[in-house]
Design a protein around this ligand. Structure first.
Ligand code: NAP
Length: 253
């Protein structure tokens, strides 16, 4: 049976790569992004039938997405991939209140609101909601503090939701959090990273990370870091906290 898959942040980076893979597998797609349809990537992926324009930093964005699904008679959602994200890199002392609000709105409030708005169609399908966090959520990340806080909070929400929904056989829905590591996407430039300071060749491309994510979605574990490096970093951040903080302080100096 055709899978119905909704992906947020589908116009760029990992979300776009996920959409391309699911399209090849003939899934019925709902793709959410903030830019107008005319500015979405070329090709047959983005059409009025598949593309929902919604700025997730705005209140009411989840209603826009729910109404889009209703209008297209989507009563059944197998997979809700909450991938859209935004970043900011720089000292907290100079981060503007607008930037802080945008990060919290897109990275945390929107996934919560979308989960709530789409719960009925997810439950009909006994579907799965996948939260895209970041391996940085388990680590101290100077200059990324708000970004990291939103990603850590997302994990907290997902953990409680999973228990509330009775995840497992016979549960209402399944819940999973995925933790990618640094990936070669436009997110870094959009966040204000000095590109010259970054060794892009070290990062895997979005297509590779998207393929790892889809693999991870077949796994029933509630929280999975993608790739060996991310698994080691997440393990160190969670189990060797003091040591990792000390090392990061030395590096920051
Ligand atoms: N790249 C990494 O190194 C990395 C590492 C760990 C975790 N992650 C996480 O992975 C996810 C995907 O990141 P990415 O690297 O693929 O980033 P990306 O290339 O910048 O793509 C992010 C997507 O989210 C959309 N988005 C941003 N703000 C939005 C808003 N207000 N309303 C609606 N959509 C919005 C973007 O739309 P536009 O195209 O209009 O900007 C884009 O489609 C994010 O949650 C990110 O935090 C990324």
């Amino acid at each position: 049976m055709t899978q119905t898959v909704l992906i947020t942040g589908a116009t760029d980076g990992i979300g776009l790569a996920l959409a391309q893979i699911f399209a090849k597998a003939s899934a019925r797609l709902v793709l959410v992004g903030r830019r107008p349809l005319a500015e979405t990537p070329a090709g047959r992926l983005f059409t009025p039938a598949t593309y929902c324009q919604a700025d997730l930093s705005r209140p009411g964005a989840a209603d826009v997405v729910r109404d889009f699904c209703r209008l297209r008679k989507i009563t059944w959602l197998d997979l809700l991939i909450l991938n859209a994200g935004t970043g900011y890199v720089g000292p907290i002392a100079v981060q503007t209140p607008e930037s802080i609000s945008a990060l919290v709105a897109v990275n945390l409030k929107a996934p919560i609101a979308l989960t709530q708005a789409l719960l009925p169609v997810l439950e009909t399908a006994q579907g799965k909601v996948v939260f895209v966090s970041s391996v940085s959520s388990a680590l101290p990340t100077p200059d990324y503090a708000v970004y990291t806080a939103t990603k850590a909070a997302l994990e907290g929400f997902a953990r409680s939701l999973r228990v509330e929904m009775g995840d497992g056989p016979g549960g209402r829905i399944r819940v999973q959090t995925l933790f990618p590591g640094a990936t070669r996407t436009g997110l870094h430039a959009k966040s204000g990273v000095d590109q010259a300071q970054m060794d892009w060749t070290k990062f895997p491309p979005a297509g590779q990370v998207a393929a790892q994510m889809i693999q991870a979605m077949y796994d029933d574990r509630p929280a999975l870091a993608l790739g060996l490096g991310s698994r080691l970093r997440r393990f160190a951040g969670r189990r060797l906290g003091g040591l990792v903080d000390w090392q990061m302080r030395r590096r920051a100096r």
